[in-house]
Design a binder for this molecule. Structure first.
Ligand code: AMP
Length: 114
């Protein structure tokens, strides 16, 4: 989608620090990390966010979640643990309107949120 930041990263028009890629999914490091390991998992197909997921996206959702666990292994946080977050809408402070999951790890997290 034109003017979508993550579509531009998927298309290679803006550089991304890619960690993992397959035919449906791209994973790259967050530009402003909030944890020692902070990676974004995005579908190559443009979807605004979680509210856009229909039955037709079931396989894609499986691929996104599998990519998250793959990224956890690649970054060495699969054993220590990690958090998977997807902000949806204004109350969640979603700032990029292309579905994405944050993989956060590499430090002990608080039990707040969540
Ligand atoms: P959210 O606030 O959940 O929509 O998350 C958007 C994330 O995208 C934020 O954590 C940003 O730091 C991250 N971000 C913004 N621009 C870039 C970029 N060019 N490359 C990588 N991550 C980015």
């Amino acid at each position: 989608m034109e003017n979508c930041l993550f579509c531009m990263i998927v298309a290679g028009k803006i550089p991304g620090d890619t960690l993992y890629e397959d035919e449906r999914v791209l994973a790259f490091r967050d530009i402003s990390p909030q944890a020692p390991q902070h990676v974004l998992i995005v579908p190559k197909k443009h979807l605004e966010g979680l509210n856009d997921l229909g039955q037709a996206e079931d396989a894609l959702l499986g691929a996104l979640l599998r990519a998250a666990s793959q990224v956890a292994r690649l970054t060495g946080i699969d054993g220590s643990g990690y958090r998977l977050v997807s902000n949806c809408g204004p109350h969640a402070c979603q700032s990029v309107h292309h579905l994405h999951f944050h993989v956060l790890g590499g430090q002990q997290m608080s039990g707040q949120m969540v």
